[in-house]
Design a protein around this ligand. Structure first.
Ligand SMILES: *Cc1c(COP(=O)(O)O)cnc(C)c1O
Length: 354
């Protein structure tokens, strides 16, 4: 039987995507060729790339609004430096909400001055700072919408007169936002959108005018846009499996429908964390992530017992990140509600028999 997969990333994808993806390795679109052995310049693959790029914009409701989408290599980590390389001319403002924001800040400092507008490091990133001010003369403001490791999520985004750049790796396509407020969104595919190896970048074309330095071709958004995301060999298979996942998302009813399901899953686990005296949540309640629920036992002596219970229930990937400890239930788009019910059952079983 398939495991209940709470892995934080790479993560669960829809079962039908795994089936279609494996079929395409053997025979892609009845071509008698594998997707792994065709030219990325072939019309069959160019169609895949174009559909994936269009579908990403359609699902974000950003069609015909001056945005372009790209599927690049290098993960979200490459975007930490690429955003700064392209847009940090003098100084940029960053909100520090966790490990990934901190890494983005570290890379940006190589290119100019970084103003850290606020940080929640004082409590090991258990909350999202609020009421900070953003210097209006900064080149852009950068934030992380969902903090995968700490289980916090931004519920609102600041209004600024400067470009808004957001790392949405772990909650893209999971909730309905006004995406037209953002000038640049990036997301490593492996949290909510596909397998590891591709990174989605959605960029408002008019901010490209702000690029002032010479950028090596592979680091230049402008070059990748001009070449329709095919400047060099793209991560062909990762783009294809991302396309399959995006098609699934659309068939499920799009972002709004997914948001409803994700809310239901999140409420189920958080209600149990708050009700069950053997557990406590890590993140501030108002900032809790609907994607990654972080929690711990109130009594560490029960650890062995609980670990045995969930492993026997067929659960995978529940151990917390080393910088938080405890447990983390990652409930990305493709995780069924049923899996969260199984987890809640094991928590209740611990309470009964612990
Ligand atoms: C996982 C993750 C990253 C790093 O992604 P890579 O693709 O491994 O570079 C960056 N930001 C967030 C929010 C993440 O969850």
């Amino acid at each position: 039987m398939k495991k209940h997969n709470f892995s934080a990333g790479p993560c669960i994808l829809p079962q039908e995507v795994f089936q279609q993806a494996s079929q395409a390795v053997l025979d892609f679109d009845n071509s008698s060729l594998s997707i792994l052995e065709i030219s990325h310049r072939s019309s069959a693959f160019v169609n895949v790339m174009e559909e994936a790029r269009e579908l990403a914009l359609e699902l974000l409701n950003l069609e015909n609004k001056g945005y372009k989408s790209l599927f690049l290599h290098g993960g979200a980590s490459m975007q930490f430096l690429m955003t700064a390389y392209n847009f940090l001319n003098r100084k940029a403002a960053y909100l520090n909400t966790g490990t990934w924001s901190s890494k983005a800040i570290k890379e940006a400092r190589l290119f100019g001055e970084v103003i850290e507008v606020a940080s929640s490091k004082d409590t090991n990133f258990s909350y999202i700072p609020k009421n900070y001010s953003i210097p209006e003369d900064a080149d852009y403001f950068h934030c992380t919408s969902n903090n995968t490791i700490f289980g916090t999520q931004m519920k609102s985004f600041p209004h600024t007169g400067i470009p808004l750049v957001c790392d949405m790796s772990s909650d893209i396509f999971s909730r309905d936002l006004d995406f037209s407020k953002f000038d640049l969104i990036y997301a490593g595919a492996q949290k909510n959108m596909g397998p590891a190896g591709a990174t989605l970048v959605v960029i408002k074309e008019d901010i490209l005018e702000k690029v002032s330095r010479q950028i090596p071709s592979m680091m230049s958004y402008k070059v990748h846009i001009e070449k329709d995301s095919m400047f060099n060999t793209p991560p062909v298979y990762a783009v294809y499996v991302s396309l399959l996942t995006l098609r699934w998302l659309k068939a499920e009813g799009g972002i709004k429908a997914l948001e409803t399901k994700n809310k239901e899953k999140a409420e189920l686990i958080y209600n149990e964390i708050d009700r069950n005296p053997l557990f406590k949540g890590f993140a501030e309640i108002e900032d809790r992530s609907h994607m990654n629920a972080t929690f711990n036992l109130t009594d560490q002596a029960l650890k062995e017992k609980f670990d045995e219970l969930w492993k026997n229930a067929g659960i995978n990937g529940l151990s917390g990140h080393r910088s938080v400890g405890g447990y983390r239930a990652s409930m990305y788009n493709a995780l069924p509600l049923e899996s969260v019910k199984v987890l809640v059952d094991t928590m209740q079983e611990l309470e009964k028999n612990g």
